[in-house]
Ligand binder design. Structure first.
Ligand code: ZN
Length: 307
């Protein structure tokens, strides 16, 4: 969550005013577009991007026109810089994005079965509709987290309900997404998608770190909260043996020698952990895949915590 009074100053992929909608017949099948996760080049944990539209959003083709290379560059730079500053060993980290065999970022396309108008009228658990639709569309690999990049106007700020999904929109409330804010959004919401902030963090506050400070993970942001656990005593590069450290997330590279997988920590009993350091405390109440309204074909066979 962040409260930035942004003046629209976008650099690329900008719509004129609000996101335009269309009443023309929709044909989403265009060249270079993928509706499914493409074959992986690695078996490693990855962050998969989904370019999404509302049922009647105009298609700006942001998934195929090269915009994504620019967004990724912005995010990589910001995340590398923020993590390096907070690292005890002066080593920055990056997100492990999902790439295709041809070396391009693997972006999938998804249209939600709801219009902007309908979403604006929705009152309860609305954002959850994004997550459930994404999971149902087949994006539910336990070794992936998903960035829902909505190329439309969302009534609120970027957000994440935690592992395995985070959401960023090209228009948030009424402000166009600015490249200069994208890195912050990606890192803050991405950390939520990696399970942070864990309750064992000393300054844990409603899934965040502190209520309102200059910390990047504070509950209320003002656009100036860019320091990532500067004293290394809450969630990044700390020394608390039993509390998952974001630096050790399997979704960050270079990968820690002492990693944790959010899926294991949140969804599996400790005897089933394969990559996660067993000294850590699990947090079984926050497994998204346990929910009754979330159905995936591997749910019973893998033995996750039940609701
Ligand atoms: Zn947040």
């Amino acid at each position: 969550m962040i409260n930035v009074n942004a003046n629209a100053g976008c650099v690329f992929n900008c719509a004129e005013d609000e996101i335009e909608t269309t009443s023309e017949p929709i044909n989403d099948e265009i060249e270079g577009r993928y509706f499914e996760d493409q074959p992986d080049v690695t078996d490693d944990y990855q962050i998969h991007v989904i370019y999404s539209l509302y049922a009647n959003s105009k298609d700006n083709k942001g998934d195929v026109n090269g915009d994504w290379e620019e967004w990724i560059e912005i995010a990589d730079k910001y995340i590398l810089n923020a993590t390096k500053k907070s690292s005890r060993s002066n080593v920055g980290q990056k997100f492990k994005w999902d790439f295709r065999k041809d070396g391009k970022l693997d972006v999938s396309f998804l249209r939600f079965p709801i219009t902007e108008k309908e979403m604006n009228k929705c009152e309860y658990s609305c954002g959850n509709l994004f997550g459930r639709t994404i999971i149902k569309a087949g994006f539910n690999n336990p070794k992936k987290i998903y960035l829902n990049f909505g190329d439309f106007k969302y009534k609120d700020w970027p957000y994440s309900g935690g592992y395995p999904i985070f959401n960023i929109f090209t228009t948030n409330t009424s402000a166009r997404l600015r490249p200069k804010d994208f890195g912050y959004f990606a890192l803050h919401e991405g950390i939520h998608a990696m399970g942070g902030i864990f309750k064992c963090s000393p300054n844990h506050f409603e899934g965040h770190n502190t209520r309102k400070t200059s910390d990047l993970m504070s509950r209320e942001g003002d656009g100036r909260n860019h320091s990532l656990d500067p004293n290394n005593d809450d969630y990044y590069d700390h020394k608390m043996e039993r509390c998952p450290d974001i630096k050790d997330s399997v979704f960050l590279t270079p990968t820690s020698s002492n990693p944790y997988s959010p899926f294991e920590v949140l969804c599996l009993p400790k005897e089933k952990w394969e990559v996660t350091n067993k000294k850590l405390e699990g947090d079984p109440e926050r497994c998204f895949y346990s929910r009754n309204d979330v159905n995936v074909d591997w749910k019973d066979s893998i033995g996750i915590f039940k609701d």
